[in-house]
Every structure is written in structure tokens, then in C-alpha cells.
Design a protein around this ligand. Structure first.
Ligand code: ZN
Length: 134
């Protein structure tokens, strides 16, 4: 049971083409895969920045969590994802400590990773994703 690194930093956007031009054409980040994650109501697009990854989130509709986020706050930093080993043990420990989670159990995210989110109210105002390779 340990955190092995920052998996990615996620940004909610409403203009993916403008972002693509900045990230890919101007900054030279390597564009990775796009994936629809129905469960989260988003299309994810990954950009490689050296060893690090930026995940661009586009809502599938205004009714999804990211759609509501954009309506409320506009585009911007959405969450930070920590890659862990022992996700289920972390979930138990978080619950024991009274930390608020967005779901009761881990769900399936992009790249077939198991994920769970820690509520910003329990994490200093930042949405934190824990993710683990299956
Ligand atoms: Zn993420």
C-alpha cells in the first residue's frame, strides 16, 4: 500500500481544439489516446509532458459532473491523480478516517484503471483521484 507517483493532472476544458493547438502545435506535447469513459460522462484525452501526463476532460453533456463543473467554475484545473498500489486498502483506511469519497467503491476509469475520488471538502479544496492498474 503506497503512492507511487502523480499519474496525471486533469484539466476540464470547453475548447479542445484550442487546447490541442497550444499543447501539441506550440508546446510540442505528445498527443496520446482519446477515450470515452461513460461512467464518468467524459471524453478523456491524454498528452505526454516528458514523464508526466496531462488529462484533458470534455463532458459528454451538461448534466455530467464535468459539465456541471464547467458551468459552475469554467474551464480549469479539475483534479490531481495519484497512482497507488493497494487501492482497496486505501479506500478502507480513508473511510475509517472519515474522509469523504465521491463513490462508495472504486470504478473503472480511462486506461482500464480502477479509480476513486476524494471529495475536495476532505482534501483542502482539491479533487484527488486515486488510481491503480488492474
Ligand atoms: Zn483523472
Amino acid at each position: 500500500m503506497k503512492v507511487t507517483g502523480i499519474s496525471h493532472i486533469a484539466i476540464a476544458g470547453d475548447n479542445p481544439e484550442q487546447t490541442r493547438i497550444l499543447y501539441e502545435d506550440i508546446l510540442g506535447l505528445i498527443s496520446g489516446s482519446s477515450e470515452v469513459v461513460e461512467q464518468e460522462g467524459v471524453t478523456t484525452h491524454f498528452y505526454k509532458a516528458g514523464e508526466s501526463t496531462i488529462e484533458l476532460l470534455e463532458p459528454l453533456s451538461a448534466e455530467t459532473p464535468v459539465g456541471k463543473f464547467l458551468e459552475k467554475r469554467g474551464p480549469g484545473l479539475h483534479h490531481i491523480a495519484l497512482e497507488v498500489e493497494g487501492l482497496d486498502a486505501y479506500v478502507r483506511k480513508l473511510k475509517e478516517a472519515g474522509i469523504m469519497l465521491l463513490s462508495d467503491e472504486p470504478t473503472l476509469g480511462a486506461h482500464d484503471m480502477r479509480i476513486i475520488f476524494i471529495h475536495p471538502k476532505s482534501a483542502g479544496g482539491v479533487l484527488i483521484e486515486l488510481c491503480e492498474h488492474q
